[in-house]
Ligand binder design. Structure first.
Ligand code: THU
Length: 139
């Protein structure tokens, strides 16, 4: 993926930290999800006093996109840190990886973990979810 596009995804994910609702963990996460036809969907984590209804930033972005008819995704950028301070990668939790597996090709979908425009790494979904179980297993 072109560096300019990666930087746009990183900037967009970082901008979502401002909307992250985290009165309990104070761990803010932002996501920017890119469709195959170039549209961007954003997400932040949204916590809840009952804890388990908390939604991760990645799933917020996916559910926004899927609920608007999107089914074809190219990449997601994820950033996160305590109080919104980015010091290391915030890798997607297992549940979010499984949601990606539902809608994305594991060898093609790219997951960009970033701390800044200068410090990031790109992984495939297969790398983050080896031997994942997905729709093809039920075909
Ligand atoms: N969180 C995300 O938003 N994405 C992840 O993949 C990891 C965890 C959120 C959930 C919760 O609001 C906070 O980070 C601490 O777990």
């Amino acid at each position: 993926m072109e560096k300019e596009l990666i930087e746009k995804l990183i900037d967009t994910a970082i901008a979502q930290l401002a909307y992250s609702y985290t009165p309990y963990s104070h761990f803010k996460v932002g996501a920017a999800l890119l469709t195959r036809d170039g549209k961007l969907y954003t997400g932040c984590n949204i916590e809840n006093a009952a804890y388990t209804p908390t939604n991760c930033a990645e799933r917020t972005a996916f559910f926004k996109a899927v609920s608007e008819g999107e089914r074809s995704f190219r990449a997601i950028c994820v950033v996160g840190g305590k109080d919104g301070v980015l010091t290391e990668y915030a890798a997607p939790c297992g549940v979010c990886r499984q949601v990606m597996m539902e809608f994305c090709h594991p060898d093609e979908f790219q997951i960009i973990l970033a701390v800044s425009r200068e410090k990031y790494d790109v992984f495939t979904l297969r790398e983050l979810l080896p031997l994942g179980f997905g729709p093809d297993n039920l075909a």
